[in-house]
Design a protein around this ligand. Structure first.
Ligand SMILES: NC(=O)c1ccc[n+]([C@@H]2O[C@H](COP(=O)([O-])OP(=O)(O)OC[C@H]3O[C@@H](n4cnc5c(N)ncnc54)[C@H](OP(=O)(O)O)[C@@H]3O)[C@@H](O)[C@H]2O)c1
Length: 278
């Protein structure tokens, strides 16, 4: 089974990918190999995960041609200017043993972020073909608007936490009209949103699992991708099969009506987030 593709002017990517945090070492390599064997063609890693070497090894041992895999990495927020960002990305490519990545993201904004300088580095890396597409992660709407207004780098993707209990509507209002893909991280709410009775009821009605419902809800949105993390082949297959689940307008409305006020990833260095909807 394969994931449907999202295509914009700036990239083509499988809507469903594999998240790899906090997998490490052999465990991570096996998870990547297993996912690619099942038909995944989109893998999400980051410098900070400490698993880029394992991800690269998993891609290599899978036997899937590199050109078929959409590989994302991210550079940590302690590289707040272009030269530091570039140097860190060169080290990422070495660990991954890859000549390029498909998507390179600024992992988090930091208070020290020199936005024009980092965007300039992204633009150059894109022009040089080392990053086939570029984007940002964990940018709230004011900062995303600022990055887009600068018009330095061709931002193709925004990766943020999004799930049945966090809508990110303020950001979708920017990304969808701009043709930017929003990649949902923590799309299963770390497994917690799966116990909600609204999700379990919809799942039972479709003969699906709550995880599949949680993912199908996100993937039904325009230009939204998701990168659930699953270690076992069984859960990886379950999550990939969510791309075939079509929820009714009534199902989508019932999930949309749930409170959207849960954020699972909120480190002390996080930016001032957009407020939850009233
Ligand atoms: N850009 C960022 O700052 C950022 C931040 C956080 C995460 N991410 C990315 O997003 C990925 C996913 O986010 P996440 O790991 O925080 O959370 P998540 O994908 O929402 O949840 C992962 C948890 O759900 C479990 N799970 C997976 N499939 C399941 C299924 N079908 N049924 C029940 N439980 C299931 C996993 O367990 P098992 O693995 O044991 O199956 C794991 O405990 C990360 O791996 C990372 O690549 C990015």
């Amino acid at each position: 089974m394969s994931s449907p593709l999202l295509t914009t002017a700036r990239l083509t990517m499988p809507a469903l990918g594999l998240g790899t945090w906090p997998l490490k070492g052999r465990d991570c390599e096996e998870a990547v190999e297993s996912a690619l064997g099942l038909g995944y063609r989109h893998i999400d890693t980051a410098e900070m995960y400490g698993n880029e070497a394992a991800v690269g090894a998993g891609i290599a041992t899978s036997g899937v041609p590199r050109g078929e895999v959409f590989l994302t990495t991210k550079i940590w927020h302690d590289k707040p200017d272009g030269p530091a960002f570039r140097a860190a990305f060169a080290a990422s490519l070495e660990r991954l043993k890859q000549p390029y990545v498909d998507l390179l993201l600024v992992h988090w904004p930091s208070p020290a972020l020199n936005l024009p300088s980092v965007l300039t580095a992204l633009a150059h890396l894109h022009a040089e073909g080392l990053a086939r597409a570029v984007g940002v992660s964990n940018f709230p709407s004011a900062l995303l608007r600022q990055a887009l207004a600068l018009d330095i780098a061709p931002i193709a993707c925004l990766q943020v936490e999004q799930h049945a209990m966090l809508s990110q509507q303020a950001l979708l209002d920017i990304t969808q009209p701009a043709g930017i893909v929003m990649t949902s991280y923590t799309p299963l709410g770390k497994g917690e949103v799966l116990e909600h009775p609204v999700l379990t009821r919809i799942a039972a009605r479709h003969g699906a699992t709550p995880a599949q419902v949680a993912l199908a809800y996100l993937l039904a949105k325009k230009l939204v991708a998701a990168v659930p993390k699953a270690r076992s082949a069984a859960r990886q297959a379950e999550n990939l099969a969510a791309t075939r689940l079509v929820l009714s307008a009534e199902d989508l409305a019932a999930i949309a009506a749930l409170p959207k006020n849960r954020r699972f990833v909120n480190p002390d260095f996080a930016p001032a987030w957009d407020p939850f909807p009233a």
